[in-house]
Ligand binder design. Structure first.
Ligand SMILES: NC(=O)c1ccc[n+]([C@@H]2O[C@H](COP(=O)([O-])OP(=O)(O)OC[C@H]3O[C@@H](n4cnc5c(N)ncnc54)[C@H](OP(=O)(O)O)[C@@H]3O)[C@@H](O)[C@H]2O)c1
Length: 330
């Protein structure tokens, strides 16, 4: 192992090519309860773009290098690093530091690379699978035979939510911003995708559910969607907020919250403890890994860039032209 590594640093705030710079830094070491991963590939997520723009600083103690998920090989073990051995192929959720040749990851946040998947595909799993599991199935309590509406259906999060929920027996509707994106959502398992630029999703949901509304909504849009989501929920429905791409402020008529006995909740993954993320990892391994290994769920990889083209990866994400995941390779 080399003592230094290549990584991507964020220098200041601004557009991708101005601030995403290749740098050389000391290689991290595996601390207590951690493994050191030789990174083969790393997923790009919208929170990385927000971090680059200065709106999502890394939590205390986290690396300032961007990157929340990786796949690679265990290169070293710290003390008490669980069952992982040097040489194991793993994918891992990290609180930062993924855009690099090496990253240290808490052992509970690592999962085996599912059989049959490339490191590029595996790198696109952790951030969206952890987020969707904990928000849709734990906070949203989605059950088999219930209905789920996923906004941003063609996003990394959306393509995961559609596949996971439909394979686990729910009826899934999605919104997306073009005909191509809607077709992709339906190929992934959505019963119907609504082009929100042409059709009011509230009216569409009403029609699709015979007037009853959906049981769970996964929303990353916010602003005026909040009231429209509340109107689109069935009695005892659950609205789960994971992002506010249009804004976190709105004037909302909350009366239906009482009348329909709704639950409005949300969460962010990054600030949660390693123990909490480890618990989500266990649930994924039990409930979702068999579906990936059976070929029923597959991460959707839209594009791959080498690490030194991280700026192009961010530019693509900001264009919203992608469907699924954008991945960096080291
Ligand atoms: N809370 C958490 O723990 C957590 C974790 C990870 C990600 N997130 C959030 O989840 C969201 C998706 O992340 P990602 O990495 O999957 O991002 P992504 O692949 O870049 O997808 C974002 C998608 O949102 C859609 N969108 C953007 N602005 C919109 C608007 N005003 N109205 C409707 N749709 C809009 C775009 O598709 P269209 O072309 O269809 O508009 C875009 O493809 C982000 O908001 C991110 O911050 C939250």
């Amino acid at each position: 192992m080399t003592e230094t590594m290549r990584c991507v640093e964020i220098e200041g705030k601004g557009g991708p090519p101005d601030v995403l710079k290749i740098a050389t830094r000391p290689r991290p070491a595996a601390g207590e309860g951690e493994v050191l991963i030789r990174v083969a590939a790393c997923g790009v997520n919208r929170p990385d773009v927000l971090q680059r723009q200065g709106g999502y600083p890394p939590p205390a103690g986290a690396s300032d290098i961007p990157g929340l998920e990786v796949a690679g090989i265990v290169a070293a073990r710290g003390a008490n690093a669980g069952a992982w051995n040097v040489g194991d192929p793993v994918c891992a959720l990290v609180t930062g530091g993924g855009y690099a040749e090496y990253v240290a990851a808490p052992a509970p946040q690592c999962l085996p690379v599912p059989k049959g998947l490339s490191p590029i595909e595996a790198a696109g799993i952790p951030e969206t699978f952890f987020t969707v599991w904990t928000n849709v199935f734990e906070r949203g309590r989605l059950q088999r035979d219930e209905t789920l509406l996923v906004h941003g259906g063609s996003s990394g999060i959306g393509t995961t939510a559609i596949q996971m929920a439909s394979r686990l027996g729910a009826r899934v509707f999605a919104t997306a911003g073009s005909a191509d994106k809607c077709a992709a959502c339906e190929r992934l398992g959505a019963a119907k995708a609504i082009n929100y630029r042409e059709t009011d999703f509230v009216a569409a949901v009403k029609e699709l559910t015979g007037g009853t509304g959906v049981d769970v909504i996964l929303d990353m849009v916010g602003a005026d969607y909040i009231e429209r989501n509340i109107r689109s929920l069935a009695v005892e429905g659950r609205l789960v907020q994971i992002g506010f791409q249009k804004g976190a402020k709105a004037e909302v008529n909350f009366m239906p919250l009482m009348l329909k006995r709704l639950t409005y909740t949300g969460s962010t993954l990054r600030i949660q403890s390693a123990a909490s993320k480890g618990r989500i990892a266990e649930a994924l391994r039990r409930n979702v890994w068999p579906l990936i290994e059976a070929g029923e769920i597959r991460p959707v990889v839209h594009a791959t860039f080498p690490l030194d083209r991280a700026a192009d990866a961010h530019r693509l994400m900001e264009s919203n032209a992608h469907i699924g995941k954008i991945i960096l390779t080291t």
